[in-house]
Design a protein around this ligand. Sequence first.
Ligand SMILES: *Cc1c(COP(=O)(O)O)cnc(C)c1O
Length: 339
Amino acid sequence: MEQIDWGGLPFGYFKTDYNVRCYFRNGKWGEIEVTSSEYVQIHIAATCLHYGQEAFEGMKAFRGRDGRIRVFRWEENAKRMQNSCRGIMMAEPPLELFKEAMIRVIKLNEKHIPPPGLGAALYLRPLTIGTGPQVGVKPAVEYMFMIFVGPVGPYFREGFNPVDVQIVRDYDRTAPHGTGHIKVGGNYAASLRPADRAKREGFSTVLFIDAKENKYIDEAGPANFFGIKGNTYVTPDSHTILPSITNKSLRQLAADFGMRVEQRQVPIGELAEFEEVGACGTAAVVSPIKRIVDRETGQVYEYCKDGKAGPVSTKLYKTLKAIQEGEMEDSYGWNLIID
Ligand SMILES: *Cc1c(COP(=O)(O)O)cnc(C)c1O
């Protein structure tokens, strides 16, 4: 078997042995199929190619020091996938199908689950696409649900080291009544240009501002934003933000630490009042931010003056990781153990 440098893995595609697929035809979902092919063969008029009928998920499985495999909050991802499918009129994979496909693909690729303690995990990428042909703008009648997996390292190459982000005002990720609240590929297409520009200008990611009033913090690129002010955990509330399961978990942990939790509009100017800020998501985990630069106004907000993540972000990060890796009691039953 090839030697994998588990500690040096980037967040990227990694070829594994198998992926699983299931087709929706004649109004119903079929059997789960296992394949080693990295390709899908689809109709030239498939709606995913023309009209953006595509929704995805991102989740992680961890190998604990006890040798057991844990998947974090899978049911939340499965329900969100259903909600995303509903939002763009696709057939919804049932929760049981999602669960069975997930367990099979993890077990089939067990050798690719990174060992504990190296900051790596097995990333799961479920997706649903419209495969049936349409040339007029209509939802497809056929769909494919699949899950592929691969070992990954940290999303930002900085890992848990603080990153720089750029506020963009000349691009919106999504419209006020658009699809920002669901996990569809189209939102990402719209984010590519500003994200690429931010990288060229030396930033790890962008901070989007609300598309309607241009006043409030929205998404932190592919992750949610949070700020810490005194004993309060603050995170933006908006229809255009994807409800992050990581953020939901951090809100619970913050409350357990005895903090106040506020989910509300966060005016851009409030950035000056936070002691700590960060991005959170399955891929980003908890990524502390050290500098936010407003590209248009030139305003700079600085955090982590000593170059290190703040105490609250650190505690949230460590607690979340400890639960995911089975080092701390999973008192909310967030993990599914796969034997
Ligand atoms: C997936 C995603 C997140 C993070 O959600 P998690 O459930 O924590 O992984 C945040 N923002 C956007 C835009 C996303 O697509």
